[in-house]
Design a protein around this ligand. Structure first.
Ligand code: C5P
Length: 391
């Protein structure tokens, strides 16, 4: 699966460094070339000899061990298809975020301009430190993928968030990242995500449980496939592409209209409210003696249908979240909306959809063909959807 791929692993000084031995074995077993760069502190936790044996390669720590005319931090960065830093300490993350290049690992990171994945591991108080979080946000907005640490028993004796995520998760994220085709180079992809918020008065609103994660995963996958991406969302995300924050369905429609003509793909993963309050109250509504309150709602525009009616060259993908009769409802919906594809998911299951990190969907096309994608992390489903509609 990884034949010929060059993986550069940066190991920093945390107790979880020992877990990376297993990961290196797995990469090697699957055909990758692995080069390990460790910080001097990492070698307090795992020996150079172990890493050398497992990676079947020299392990690099110090700078300026130049063997040919090119400095190692540049040639290592050039040769790698992907850079993974695991475990990543607060120190190394913060140095990379601020452009500090004071050892071989951070110097390579500074020169690295391809896909970088960071799997942090640290004490929970360090993880929650606002400065560390700010540095992580900054790197995320520049395109670095973070594999969030897990909560549990920490080596320092605390219980909290900070444990290195599972080796399987790191492995599959690297494989996933190396899997992207560049099919969307030169294309503009507009994605919507999150549930719209329809205000009732200045303090209350109507919305839904959509987390926006599926749309965000699609936007990330499109970016990884080389597209120019615009994400129109009701949620807060950081990413290395244009993000337009909106609130209501009407805001969302206006934002899409601005991008529509120049876009090649519109992916409507947002959960748009079908209705909004007819008379928004400028002032906070007061409780009355009446036991019932009637809010009158009016229909929101069906954004997806409107786009399909006026489309020229765009490929338009709708989503359909159903709690029953998934495929029958989806078949009806694709005909009614007129979109090119419809991605259907079953929201009655707790293990997929809404806030979950996983999803399991079926993709329908206009001809009636249905393709089912097996349950997988949303980022995998996102790539599969984009690959499928580009076949
Ligand atoms: O009709 P339904 O809400 O089930 O359709 C879902 C699809 O239609 C999603 O792609 C959603 O983004 C889109 N939609 C829309 N405008 C609405 C309601 C849904 O664009 N008012």
């Amino acid at each position: 699966m990884l034949n010929g791929k060059n993986i550069l692993i940066g190991i920093t000084g945390g107790i979880a460094a020992y877990k990376i031995c297993e990961l290196i074995r797995k990469f090697k077993k699957n055909g990758a070339n692995v080069r390990v760069v460790a910080t001097p502190n990492a070698l307090n936790f795992v020996t150079k000899l172990t890493l050398q044996n497992l990676s079947q390669n020299e392990v690099y720590v110090e700078e300026f061990n130049v063997k040919d005319w090119r400095p190692e931090h540049i040639s290592f960065a050039d040769e790698a298809d992907i850079m993974l830093i695991a475990p990543a300490t607060a120190n190394t993350i913060s140095k990379i975020a601020t452009g500090v290049a004071d050892n071989l690992l951070t110097s390579i990171a500074c020169a690295f301009n391809k896909k970088m994945i960071i799997a942090p591991a640290m004490n929970c108080n360090m993880w929650n430190n606002p400065v560390v979080q700010e540095n992580i946000s900054k790197l995320r907005s520049l395109g670095v993928e973070f594999l969030e640490p897990e909560s549990g028993f920490l080596a320092c004796g605390y219980i909290g968030k900070g444990r290195l995520c599972s080796i399987d998760k790191i492995y599959s994220s690297v494989v996933e990242a190396l899997n992207y085709s560049k099919k969307l180079e030169g294309k503009k992809v507009v994605v919507t995500s999150g549930g719209t918020i329809e205000d009732i008065d200045p303090v209350r609103y109507i919305s839904n449980y959509s987390s926006g994660k599926m749309g965000f995963a699609i936007a990330n996958a499109a970016k990884n496939m080389g597209a120019e991406v615009v994400l129109i969302t009701t949620k807060n995300f950081e990413a290395p592409y244009k993000i337009v924050k909106v609130k209501s369905a009407i805001d969302m429609q206006n934002a899409i209209d601005k991008e529509f003509e120049t876009s090649d793909y519109i992916i409507m993963a947002a959960a748009v409210a079908d209705y909004r309050v007819k008379n928004y109250s400028q002032q906070k509504m007061k409780k009355t003696n009446d036991d019932n309150l009637v809010l009158e709602l009016v229909k929101n525009p069906d954004i997806l249908k409107g786009l399909c009616d006026k489309k020229t060259h765009q490929i338009i993908v709708g989503f359909c979240a159903e709690s029953e009769n998934l495929l029958n409802n989806a078949k009806e919906k694709i005909a009614k909306k007129g979109c090119d594809y419809l991605v259907a998911n079953d929201i009655s299951r707790a293990d997929i959809g809404f806030s979950s990190d996983d999803n399991e969907v079926s993709i329908l096309d206009k001809s009636g063909k249905i393709v089912k994608l097996d349950k997988a992390p949303k980022k995998v489903i996102a790539r599969q959807i984009l690959e499928y509609i580009n076949e």
